[in-house]
Design a protein around this ligand. Structure first.
Ligand SMILES: [Fe+2]
Ligand SMILES: [Fe+2]
Length: 303
């Protein structure tokens, strides 16, 4: 049983949405640093009882900067992947070609959007926040895998983005309105990407042998492990950014507690929310019930 999504439906929805980066950030539209940027379900900083309220907010905002940077990073490999896939489909149905080219255009716009927010953040935050990379190395590593393996990883990313907005942001009035608007506008377009990526993954799986499919699930796990290594390194950067921003002297045990909380929050944000998404798992199960079991066995480490 394949999904009921269509290229035409995704294209029409995308044409109705159609926002511009300039409408969302810049000019009067500034980040408000008196507010948190990330929903607590992802930031997971409130439990750190040894921090004052402003310190928790600062750590939350650092996690916001990391979110902007992480999406900037993953969109850098999603864009060429979609462009390559669109090129391979140029002789296909007109709606398919147009929907895929629009998908690529939207990801290019998202790269720009996340970059603009990062510039605004850097202007207003007051101290430097480091981020892993370079994006070029990550892109090279991820795209060295088979199209089906990368497609499954991207499907995970698309569904997790939807979940971030629906579960943590949609009804949350506490967050900075500008950051909330970013997550909302991203969600609006990612909603079509989940459908298009499902169609792409289904088509690739249909043409694949059983061996190709097993390999793709191994690749998905390898890409996940690679991202998890980046997450571990980024956890250290987030803690350093916090120390730089607040001048706070953390004791050894405070630092350990904070490191564990940030690592857990990041793993849930970028890995757990995708791996346990029911729609992601439904597509995966249809391709390989065994592949789904493997993902379910890995998931608790990131939840
Ligand atoms: Fe995106
Ligand atoms: Fe996307």
């Amino acid at each position: 049983m394949t999904s009921q999504y269509t290229y035409r439906g995704a294209l029409e929805a995308s044409e109705r949405i159609n926002w511009r980066v300039e409408d969302i950030i810049g000019g009067e539209k500034r980040l408000d640093f008196t507010k948190p940027f990330m929903p607590e379900s992802l930031a997971q900083v409130k439990q750190l009882s040894f921090l004052a309220e402003e310190e928790k907010r600062t750590l939350n905002q650092i996690r916001g900067h990391e979110y902007l940077s992480m999406f900037g990073l993953v969109e850098e490999f999603i864009l060429p992947y979609i462009v390559d896939h669109a090129r391979s489909q140029l002789g296909a149905d007109d709606y398919c070609v147009r929907a895929l080219l629009r998908f690529a255009g939207e990801e290019a716009k998202h790269i720009h959007l996340f970059k603009r927010f990062r510039e605004e953040f850097e202007t207003g935050f007051g101290s430097k926040c480091d981020f892993i990379g370079p994006a070029e190395d990550v892109k090279r590593f991820v795209l060295s895998h088979s199209p089906l393996g990368v497609g499954i990883a991207i499907l995970h990313i698309e569904w997790m983005t939807l979940r971030h907005y629906i579960e943590g942001v949609k009804d949350n009035q506490d967050l900075d309105p500008q950051f909330r608007s970013l997550l909302k506008h991203h969600w609006l377009e990612e909603s079509q990407h989940t459908k298009l990526d499902t169609l792409m993954v289904e088509a690739l799986a249909e043409a694949a042998t059983e061996k190709d499919i097993d390999k793709a699930f191994q690749e998905y796990a390898d890409i996940g492990a690679f991202l998890d290594n980046g997450i571990k390194q980024q956890t250290e950067f987030d803690i350093e950014s916090f120390v730089n921003a607040t001048g706070r002297n953390l004791s050894k045990s405070e630092r350990e507690t904070m490191t564990a909380a940030v690592l857990k929050g990041m793993r849930w944000t970028y890995l757990g929310t995708g791996m346990t998404h029911s729609n992601f798992l439904a597509t995966v199960e249809q391709i390989s019930p065994e592949g789904k079991k493997q993902i379910e066995a890995m998931a608790p480490m990131f939840c």
